[in-house]
Design a protein around this ligand. Structure first.
Ligand SMILES: *[C@@H]1O[C@H](CO)[C@@H](O)[C@H](O)[C@H]1NC(C)=O
Ligand SMILES: *[C@@H]1O[C@H](CO)[C@@H](O)[C@H](O)[C@H]1NC(C)=O
Ligand SMILES: *[C@@H]1O[C@H](CO)[C@@H](O)[C@H](O)[C@H]1NC(C)=O
Ligand SMILES: *[C@@H]1O[C@H](CO)[C@@H](O)[C@H](O)[C@H]1NC(C)=O
Ligand SMILES: *[C@@H]1O[C@H](CO)[C@@H](O)[C@H](O)[C@H]1NC(C)=O
Ligand SMILES: *[C@@H]1O[C@H](CO)[C@@H](O)[C@H](O)[C@H]1NC(C)=O
Length: 475
């Protein structure tokens, strides 16, 4: 199993799946998953694809901390969930058992269900229940303004598009040391929505909740409402003030949150960090057309545009692969064998009226933002390209010169690794917001270069974490 899979949200490298046969490694936990003969024949899969899907799903399931979301009663929303207003707290799991997660020592975990809202193409926000985790530091930082714990709302990069892809039931919480572990170890209470449709994927009556993938206003709702609900769950502990931070799909969520703040201000919001952010998904596709992620837009359009039909987008083979992945609950690791194949998308999918409508409704950039925003971008990013992020930073600054945007570029850094190159920058920036350091109006642009030549640096995450079962394994 190539370990970069785990961390490369919004995957690229389309040729990998066809070329490479996966091999299984030992893993502490078993899943007994295997595609059934009828699944194989109805999706018309070849032997290599079957092998690769079985291994990828096995890997994903072995990384579930609390089993399937459908077996974990936590993810069933309470029966009165449909009538609660957005921001309501619907359920609290005060102490989540950390022994099945791969967390660093001296952090604690809670999980909540809260009411969020999906942004629809009639410009309304429809309430929907969703889940989030709260990662607690041992020694929290105190927000000087309130005397309570400083809070960061964290929006993850793509983990997948179906219910099982919820970070709150994945052992490393999906982004591990890339951000959430570091935030908690540095004293911030991390409130991290799974996003609507991931985790809680059914209404109390059993109707499916689709993940509105890449609907940035919907993801922004998830961020604000999960923080609000967490504050309701822990009113004496959590500060009313918070910073929002996200990467990739979550960078899109964060930028969307800064735009939402301009339309619908939320008290206590101190600023936003959009790292390697999704801006315009179609423009990105045209720059990197080999990417397999247009598939990820299918549930986004299904949930946002009521008359969208996935066969407008996908070839019959594409529909078969999509339906199979939905049925087996596959996430980002199983995209590669199923989605990174030729002839799954219909030519012209990106110019269909539904896609244009979605793009217009949900895009980031060229729109007003409120609150300071730090944008982080690696120049070696092969998923979210520098020129697109630069384009939308510039456009926003030209149209709204009073935007407070700091645009920081990191020479040579790839997609998720940008969070490692920039760690000191974002930690300082968050601390400064809580300290009340003033921000200059207008846009600043900064290029950071490494101390050694770019090629000297470890480029990607090259490990994944397993639970130690023996005392000699914990060194
Ligand atoms: C893994 O499978 C083996 C053999 O089938 C079984 O003995 C063991 O209990 C399983 N472990 C877990 C954690 O399910
Ligand atoms: C289930 O509940 C949701 C939310 O209230 C509603 O939108 C949906 O129509 C219901 N489905 C059925 C089959 O009643
Ligand atoms: C839902 O019902 C529970 C009791 O079952 C109640 O405590 C809670 O306040 C209700 N939530 C809302 C948002 O109405
Ligand atoms: C947490 O889970 C472990 C492993 O399943 C179990 O041994 C332990 O008793 C649980 N702890 C609590 C507090 O429930
Ligand atoms: C895009 O959205 C704006 C503002 O919501 C609207 O005025 C415009 O007509 C939309 N354009 C298209 C092509 O849908
Ligand atoms: C970004 O670069 C690609 C080629 O590398 C080009 O096709 C595209 O038009 C550029 N986009 C912007 C917004 O500058």
């Amino acid at each position: 199993m190539a370990s970069w899979l785990l961390t490369t949200a919004l995957l690229t490298l389309s040729t990998y799946a066809a070329a490479q046969e996966y091999s299984s490694q030992s893993n502490t936990f078993n899943s007994s998953f295997s595609l059934s003969p009828s699944q194989i024949s109805s999706a018309n899969l070849d032997k290599t694809t079957v092998n690769n899907v079985n291994i990828a799903i096995h890997f994903e399931q072995s990384n579930w901390a609390t089993g399937s979301i459908h077996d974990d009663p936590f993810y069933t929303p309470p029966s009165n969930a449909s009538c609660a207003p957005p921001g309501s707290l619907l359920k609290v799991e005060d102490y989540t058992n950390t022994t099945l997660y791969t967390l660093p020592p001296n952090v604690a975990l809670s999980r909540i269900i809260f009411q969020s809202a999906i942004y629809l193409n009639d410009h309304t926000n429809a309430p929907v229940p969703a889940s989030a985790y709260i990662l607690w530091p041992w020694h929290p930082r105190i927000d000087p303004a309130t005397g309570k714990y400083a809070v960061v709302g964290w929006a993850h990069g793509t983990s997948g598009i179906f219910g099982e892809c919820a970070p709150s039931h994945i052992r490393n919480l999906w982004y591990q040391y890339s951000a959430p572990f570091i935030l908690a170890l540095q004293g911030y209470v991390v409130v991290a929505p799974d996003y609507t449709g991931l985790g809680v994927d059914r209404w109390p009556n059993g109707t499916k909740i689709q993940h509105p993938a890449f609907n940035n206003p919907a993801h922004a709702n998830d961020l604000f409402y999960s923080v609000e609900a967490a504050q309701k769950a822990y009113p004496d502990e959590l500060s009313e003030r918070f910073v929002l931070f996200g990467h990739s799909q979550g960078g899109g969520a964060a930028w969307g949150a800064a735009q939402r703040q301009a339309r619908q201000p939320v008290e206590g919001h101190l600023g936003t960090i959009a790292a390697s952010p999704v801006t315009d998904i179609v423009m990105q596709y045209r720059i990197t057309p080999d990417a397999g992620w247009p598939f990820e837009l299918v549930p986004g359009l299904l949930s946002t545009i009521p008359d969208f039909d996935d066969s407008d987008f996908l070839t019959p083979k594409g529909v078969r692969h999509y339906d199979l992945l939905a049925e087996i609950g596959g996430c980002a690791s199983s995209y590669l064998p199923l989605f990174y194949q030729p002839k799954l998308l219909k030519p012209g999918w990106d110019t269909t009226p539904a896609m244009q409508e979605f793009q217009n409704l949900t895009g980031n950039g060229g729109r007003p933002i409120s609150g300071p925003m730090l944008v982080l971008q690696g120049t070696g990013d092969v998923v979210i390209t520098t020129n697109l992020t630069t384009h939308f930073v510039k456009e926003t600054c030209a149209l709204y010169p009073n935007s407070e945007i700091e645009y920081a570029l990191f020479e040579g850094a790839d997609h998720v690794p940008t969070l490692y190159a920039s760690q000191r920058i974002w930690l300082d920036w968050i601390a400064e917001r809580f300290e009340g350091k003033p921000v200059k109006k207008g846009c600043e642009h900064r290029m950071y270069r490494p101390a050694r030549r770019v090629e000297a640096y470890q480029q990607e995450l090259a490990y994944y974490m397993e639970i130690a079962t023996q005392s000699y394994e914990v060194a």
